[in-house]
Write a protein that binds this ligand. Sequence first.
Ligand code: PMP
Length: 427
Amino acid sequence: MTPDLFGRHRAVLPDWLALYYEDPLEITHGEGRHVWDAAGNKYLDFFGGILTTMTAHALPEVAKAVGEQAGRILHSSTLYLNRPMVELAERVACLSGIPDARVFFTTSGTEANDTALLLATAYRRSNTILAMRNSYHGRSFSAVGVTGNRGWSPTSLSPLQTLYVHGGVRTRGPYAHLDDREFTDACVDDLKDLLGHTRAPAALIAEPVQGVGGFTSPPDGLYAAFREVLHERGILWIADEVQTGWGRTGEHFWGWQAHGQNGPPDIVTFAKGIGNGMSVGGVVARAEIMNCLDANSISTFGGTQVTMAAGLANLAYLLEHDLQGNARRVGGLLLERLRSVAARVPHVREVRGRGLMIGVELTRPGTDEAAPEAASAVLEEARAGGLLIGKGGGHDTSALRIAPPMSLTVAEAEEGAAILERALRSV
Ligand code: PMP
């Protein structure tokens, strides 16, 4: 599409900076649930929703708030009082479900998880962390160090002692044949077994629905059962809501709420779409945990006025327009529609999801073998048909990932499903 730019990209940027598509896309603008590339092609965006744009592309309310704030000052410093930061923290604390909540803003999900791990290790005086197999938590030394997805973490030599727990993935592995109850019991036994052989971990970090891992969910209540085991031993639960927060999963505002029977997590991290494209991330935790650092700390660019203004406007839009309800309704329709497509396409093994977070697992027809090459081919075909989707999974990346902006309409859901059906059939 833009060979010159691709060549220049390759010449100066790292080889490991992942790019989608054989002919990589250059997106130049967006509106609502659509984006356009440099050649003027229009795409329905079924993936931007978790990448950057939670509500809608070029949302006028966010553009106005950013423009007005930019016209006054982009950022002063977090060493001075910062009204938009206080206001967004108040809203997030109130929405978090965590009692006596304190919020610290960062610029990314990686940095949010880094902060959560710093808090947990300091609070518990332990650098042992429990994490889920196949998880993804970011790119820094510590976040990679608790990332179980081998495709993203092979060269990490993190100083954290990380132990990986079963439970995030159900499609494959030793527990795949078990029903919900048996699966939960087996994972709890696995956790207890690990805890019997280790010294006092600080925390368990887990995504309620694994994002990069291919949108796989454990049975509802798994983390509630884990929480009980952890809390008996004083171990904290960190929920990484970087992909699942703000109502995307439809039934719940936070992904952890499907596991909230025994109470909220001790720490929640968030990022990605809350700024609708502006770099907003953060950590929310009980005051006792947040305040356990006994030295001053600061983030120069975490909580800039302009990103906080974007977050406030975006969150207000999301709540006023009940986009959680929209994710539940339109996501439910889309899930149903894709399941009926799957019944007619032999290499679709499973369509799973919650709200507007839907995974389509591909296998070689008639077998249980992952089909990463089919996933890549479907991505290319969908793009040729005018639809952008994502892919993910374990080592083999054989799941398609669908996460549109949360304002997706029924007509757009139908249109996207039809393009995806054609792409699946052609591969
Ligand atoms: N946690 C999860 C669950 C994520 O999906 C990601 C990003 N894919 C991150 C953390 C890291 O976020 P960022 O890329 O903003 O650093």
